[in-house]
Unconditional design. Structure first.
Length: 362
């Protein structure tokens, strides 16, 4: 039997598209097999979902990022995969390409338990005014973590710390990391520079002058960085070894670090924060739509949703699920979501990529 998860990682979108029809033969039990293309960790609650839904089996495959998910479904994989769960900025691409089915709100009985922020996001970013085509499932946001034994907790919380050799009397030279990815690094720099108006439309649209200033800021400050880092293991080791004092990355990455390093805290800066959420779509080509929506409803169920979050160290979009979570590192105040900026596609994306490469090679 082919291990589809390993196949996806090895073969990418083109290879996955060639696997069409495989999920139907993998059910084996006579029930409905719901095939899901998503991130790591979703299979942790397979048993709970299958116990809740009679005659439904889950077949979870892992893709290497949202772009891979979109290209897979766009190349014909929508008939193989019933559910795809990319990051939120990719869901409009599924909608525009007519690859997403409208949500069956009669089945989605847990929708009203979503935080208001995510109900609005579903109706806005995932909707067309009449129908909703995606479900926010899990979420996080980007800001900075810091070593509280170096930078006191009562410091003025601001993105300015990311571009300061010294901050409130603390020497930070060579002990700051920025996210190793063009999209997050450029957006964080834009927020630090106060370019909030660029985030107001359907895309993130910095002007030519703003992009020039962002590039100059990153290039000029680069010698003072420890480096561009995004993975949890490396950052954990850097904190443990006393190499890093401030790091800009995903909150879920910092949650993992906080579980290993006592002095690490996560900041809520004065400026706006960038939030991402995984937006689940049922594919237009699915032949198991009703069962697929039942599965999505389980992912935001108070008990199953809580278990999913605890297994992945990522918050759930359902407040009812979050109320069932005991892990202190996952606790949030609902008010923290107010004013957050959802991830959006970058206008002139290719220009961003080229700019970040110049920064890294400078």
């Amino acid at each position: 039997m082919v291990d589809r998860r390993q196949f996806i990682k090895a073969a990418g979108a083109t290879g996955v598209a060639g696997m069409a029809g495989l999920s139907g033969c993998m059910g084996g039990g006579g029930g409905t097999t719901v095939s899901i293309l998503t991130w790591t960790g979703y299979d942790a609650v397979n048993d709970q979902v299958e116990e809740s839904l009679d005659d439904v089996e889950l077949d979870v495959s892992v893709a290497d990022g949202s772009a891979n998910m979109f290209s897979t479904v766009n190349a014909g994989g929508g008939e193989e995969y019933d559910i795809v769960i990319p990051n939120n900025e990719y869901v409009p691409r599924f909608i525009d390409a007519e690859l997403a089915a409208p949500m069956d709100m009669d089945v989605m009985t847990n929708f009203d338990s979503l935080y208001g922020t995510f109900q609005s996001a579903a109706e806005g970013q995932f909707g067309d005014g009449d129908e909703i085509y995606g479900l926010p499932v899990q979420f996080g946001w980007y800001a900075y973590g810091y070593d509280s034994s170096v930078l006191p907790e009562d410091h003025e919380h601001s993105y300015e710390v990311l571009f300061s050799e010294e901050y409130e009397g603390v020497d930070l030279s060579g002990s700051i990391t920025l996210y190793d990815g063009y999209y997050k690094a450029i957006m964080a720099t834009g927020l630090a520079l106060g370019y909030t108006e660029a985030f107001e439309g359907d895309t993130v649209s910095f002007s030519d002058e703003q992009l020039t200033t962002i590039e100059e800021t990153l290039t000029e400050f680069k010698p003072n960085l420890l480096g561009f880092v995004h993975d949890e293991e490396t950052l954990t080791q850097d904190y443990q070894n006393g190499n890093v004092a401030v790091s800009y990355a995903n909150r879920s990455t910092h949650v993992g670090i906080m579980n290993e390093v006592d002095d690490v805290e996560f900041s809520q800066p004065a400026e706006e924060e960038l939030t991402w959420f995984e937006g689940a779509v049922v594919t237009a080509g699915s032949s198991n739509k009703e069962a697929a929506f039942q599965v999505l409803n389980e992912y935001i169920d108070p008990e199953t949703g809580a278990a999913l979050s605890e297994n992945r160290n990522i918050m759930n979009t359902s407040q009812a699920a979050m109320d069932n979570i005991e892990a202190e590192s996952l606790q949030i105040e609902p008010g923290v979501l107010e004013g957050m900026i959802p991830f959006k596609p970058a206008e002139r994306d290719d220009m961003w990529i080229e700019m970040f490469e110049r920064v890294k090679n400078a």
